[in-house]
Structures are given as C-alpha cells and as structure tokens.
Design a protein around this ligand. Structure first.
Ligand code: HEC
Ligand code: HEC
Length: 366
C-alpha cells in the first residue's frame, strides 16, 4: 500500500512535468524503464557536475555543457577535455536533447542513457580507463548513497553504471526550454512578442530559404530538427580526395573492434565520415544530424566542427549552396536540398533576426 502511494505520487510528479511542457514544445518522452522522480533528477544533476569522474579530476560533463552557455562550451570551436586535449567536434547543447531520436552529431547513440556512458571513457574527454572509479565514489560517498537510495531504492553495493546513466538522463530530461519570442507569437498568438523583422525572416525560413524542410516545425510545436542526417559540405573537403580509402580502412578497423566514439573524436578525418561511420552506408557519407535551432544565438560557433563563427556566416554558407567562398568545391554526397538561394542582404538579415528570436527567457542575455 505504501509502495503504491509512493508510485502514484511519483506518477503525478512525472505526469505533471509532462502535461505542461513549455510553449512550443511537445511532452518530453520518458522511457518506461526510467521514470522521472525528483530524487533521481537531483542525483543526475550532481553526477553531471562531478569532476571526480575524470582521470585528472579536472573535467565533468558540465565543463563542456555549462548552464550559462545553454549547456555548451561556447565560444570553443571544438571541445577541450582532460589536460587541454581537444576533440574534433563542437559541443551541441543538451537543452532539448531529450527530444532527439538519436544522440551525437552522427546519431551513434540511441538515447540519453547510452550517450551518458561514453564521455567518461573517451581519452580526449574524461579519460577514465574503465568505470570502476565512478562506482567507487558513488558507493562510498555519503550524499550519493542517500540519493541513490531515494532515487532507486538501492543499497550501495547494488549501484551499477546503468543507474548512473539513468540518473544523468533523468536530469537531462528536465532541461527543456521553449517559450521564445517566436513561440509566444506563433503558438501563443501574441503579435507583439516577435519583431517585424523576425516575422519577415520566418517567411524566408519557410519559403525562399527552404530551411524548414530540415529544421521542421509542426502545428503544435517546433523542434527545428527532422532527426535526419544530411551532408551540407561542412568540412568535407578535408577527406573528399581520399574518401574511398578512408571509408574502407575505417570499416575494417570497426570490424576489428575500434570504438566509433573514440575514433571520431580523436581523428579529424574519421570525424568527417559523419553518419557513415555508424551505418556504413554510402548515402550517409559526410552526413550529420540536423541540430535544433532553439537558443542558437547563444551557442556560437556553429556546425559539427564549429567552423562557422556567426549566424551571418551560417546564412551566407546556405546562400552560397554549402560554400564559404564562391569557388569552394561541393561534393558528390551533398544533400540535394542545399542549393544557392540568391537571398538579398535584407532577407539574410531578416533570417538572422528570426534565429535570434528562438532564445528562451532563461537563456536570454541578462
Ligand atoms: C570534453 C568536453 C565534453 C565532455 C566532458 C562531455 N561532453 Fe557531451 N558532448 C561534447 C561534444 C564535443 C559532443 C558532440 C560529439 C559528437 O557528436 O561526436 C557532445 C555531445 C553530447 C550530447 C548529444 C547532444 C545531441 O544533440 O546529440 C549530450 C546529450 C551530451 N554530450 C551530454 C554529456 C554528458 C551527460 C556528459 C558527462 C557524462 C558529457 N556530455 C561530457 C563535449 C563534451
Ligand atoms: C538539407 C537539410 C537542411 C536545410 C535545408 C537547412 N539546414 Fe541548417 N542544418 C542542417 C544540418 C544537417 C546541420 C548540421 C550540419 C553539419 O554540422 O555538418 C545544420 C546546421 C545549421 C545551423 C547550425 C546550428 C548549430 O548549432 O551549430 C544553423 C544556424 C542552421 N542550420 C540554420 C539553417 C537555416 C537558416 C537554413 C535555411 C537557410 C537551414 N539551416 C537549412 C540541415 C539543414
């Protein structure tokens, strides 16, 4: 009976969080085997900030995903882990990652739980040899012992990495943010919530710019991602000439047990294989996941390699059909949806104003 009441109370707490997502967002999907509860979220937040889970004690998840930077490490181009080691990719925001169908730029993990286990062991991120140091800390630290008991009803000896990543994922599922000027205008019907320039930019976003074909929105909400993978010609010139040799060599290494997570973050060429490194399908060559555009004005620089510095640069890149300079090469795997747009200077500025209207109040510049 007491257990049942407990379940009902938790059910209500989780259910309420889901019944009222922020304006512009759908309910957060929660896996059946990892229901939300307040203690688990608190535990996840503590784990997310714990530097003891890196080999040098310097780095936590929050080092690269800082709240005041919309859970990124802006303005770094690529992330910096233990001993200042750099990876190959720009840190995406964790805000609204709860809605993603796959995680990482190449979608190599299916859910937040799977994602959360990777950085601890990556040699350029947190650098642990195995998970033992984490389990030692959480099984002996008094506060952790209490929180694991409250969150999962576990005795210290029963705690496993499965519980650790479940708690981190539960915390991340609370990092949802909508209610931007765009949301208040488009979904909330407040004509004054968004500027006239941003409204014109939204027209370009839907029409001439064709942005919405990948950064999708629906009748009731806007995630600004189709959860698919596209080759935009970002960074691909690095491998275009040797792409077949590189692809074959990588697939052989993968068969022999090379970790995709380690390979793509420690080798700049391997990184550019994009989704191909996960599926081995040629149509996925150099393709990366469409990121959300929410809060994008606060998370420069942009793209999987952080190669574009400003939103103006991004818009110019699309306007030139996936090129930084007019005479840059395109590639054979590039998405058919990326073609020169012939936008006027006003249309480009309007589009940037629209992107700037996607910032949620909690991440707006104070
Ligand atoms: C050294 C910096 C660094 C650390 C430490 C780090 N991350 Fe990340 N994070 C990144 C980078 C870079 C990526 C993108 C990598 C890729 O896509 O290949 C990423 C991707 C992610 C994503 C995927 C977002 C999406 O839209 O696909 C999530 C979620 C995430 N990290 C959470 C975490 C958690 C949880 C931890 C701690 C266990 C952590 N990160 C530790 C840099 C870091
Ligand atoms: C064919 C699908 C597609 C279309 C069309 C498209 N995008 Fe993207 N967008 C993506 C993908 C995929 C990425 C990441 C590419 C990469 O890093 O290699 C991206 C990245 C971005 C980024 C960087 C976000 C970040 O966090 O780094 C911005 C901003 C952006 N797009 C805005 C736009 C705008 C504005 C338009 C219309 C002019 C547009 N997109 C059209 C798929 C698309």
């Amino acid at each position: 009976m007491r257990n049942m009441m407990f379940a009902i109370m938790l059910g209500t707490a989780a259910g309420m969080a889901q019944a009222a997502p922020p304006l512009g967002l759908p309910p957060v999907p929660v896996p059946a085997d990892n229901p939300q509860n307040p203690a688990k979220v608190r535990l996840g937040e503590k784990l997310f900030h714990d530097k003891r889970f890196s080999s040098t004690g310097e780095v936590s998840c929050a080092t690269c995903h800082q709240r005041e930077k919309v859970f990124t490490d802006s303005p770094l181009r690529v992330s910096r882990g233990i001993r200042g080691l750099t990876g190959t990719r720009n840190a995406p925001t964790v805000v609204n990652a709860a809605y993603m169908h796959t995680l990482f730029w190449d979608g190599r993990e299916p859910d937040l739980e799977g994602q959360a286990g990777q950085p601890f062991l990556n040699p350029v991120e947190m650098g642990l040899k195995n998970y033992d140091p984490i389990l030692e800390v959480v099984r002996s630290d008094r506060q952790y012992r209490k929180l694991f008991k409250q969150a999962f009803g576990l005795e210290p000896k029963q705690i496993t990495m499965r519980h650790v990543v479940q708690a981190i994922a539960s915390f991340e599922r609370t990092l949802v943010s909508g209610d931007s000027p765009f949301d208040r205008w488009y979904f909330g019907g407040d004509e004054k919530a968004m500027s006239e320039q941003a409204k014109r930019g939204f027209k370009v976003f839907l029409g001439k710019g064709r942005c919405v074909s990948c950064h999708t929105i629906s009748q009731t909400h806007a995630l600004f991602t189709d959860n698919r993978f596209h080759n935009l010609n970002v960074g691909f010139a690095r491998i275009d000439k040797d792409v077949r040799e590189l692809a074959v060599a990588f697939m052989q290494a993968r068969k022999k047990g090379t970790s995709v997570d380690v390979a793509v973050l420690s080798n700049k060429n391997t990184s550019e294989l994009g989704r191909f490194a996960v599926t081995g399908e040629w149509r996925d060559m150099g393709a990366f996941k469409t990121p959300t555009l929410r809060n994008v004005a606060r998370t420069a620089p942009y793209m999987h390699d952080g190669s574009l510095e400003t939103l103006e640069d991004v818009v110019n890149f699309y306007d030139k059909g996936g090129r930084v300079e007019d005479d840059d090469p395109v590639n054979a795997f590039q998405s058919g949806g990326i073609r020169p747009l012939n936008l006027s200077d006003d249309e480009k500025a309007d589009l940037v104003a629209f992107l700037e209207a996607l910032t949620s109040p909690e991440y707006a510049k104070k």
